[in-house]
Design a protein around this ligand. Sequence first.
Ligand code: ATP
Length: 137
Amino acid sequence: MPTNIKVEIVTPEKTVVSEEAQIVMSPGILGEFGVLCSHTPFLTTLKTGTVRYIDANGKERIVFISSGFAEALPDRVTILAESAERRRDIDVKRAKAALERAEKRLSGKEESDIDFTRAKAALDRALHRIKIASSVT
Ligand code: ATP
């Protein structure tokens, strides 16, 4: 029986996840990384993407996060994200509408004064949400 680690995913609005996990995989800025109990402490920046963890019952859980930070300590991982939703809470219709808006902006056909970095970040969030919501595990 593996020893569990506490995983917390927190946004400025709320705590999205607070539970025990066997392993936590996160989208680090330099690539995906996993944290098990007794891991060496570290702090890292996260990209928009997917956090996966295996809960105490052995079930895989999938959560969308929009960029942030992770702090790993020997007994816990804390993820601070700009936004986060468990897979079941993702509103696909809303994500598709956000994708359409971002694509329109990036096409350059609509407005003349476009913040491309912001539009690309919105596109990235929408694509990840759609991908996560339609993933089968
Ligand atoms: P939108 O343009 O639809 O608001 P966004 O990517 O700009 O999308 P965020 O800034 O990442 O949205 O999030 C704002 C709030 O809305 C957060 O609480 C986030 O969890 C929630 N949210 C955004 N999009 C979705 C979605 N498709 N499903 C569920 N919650 C969402």
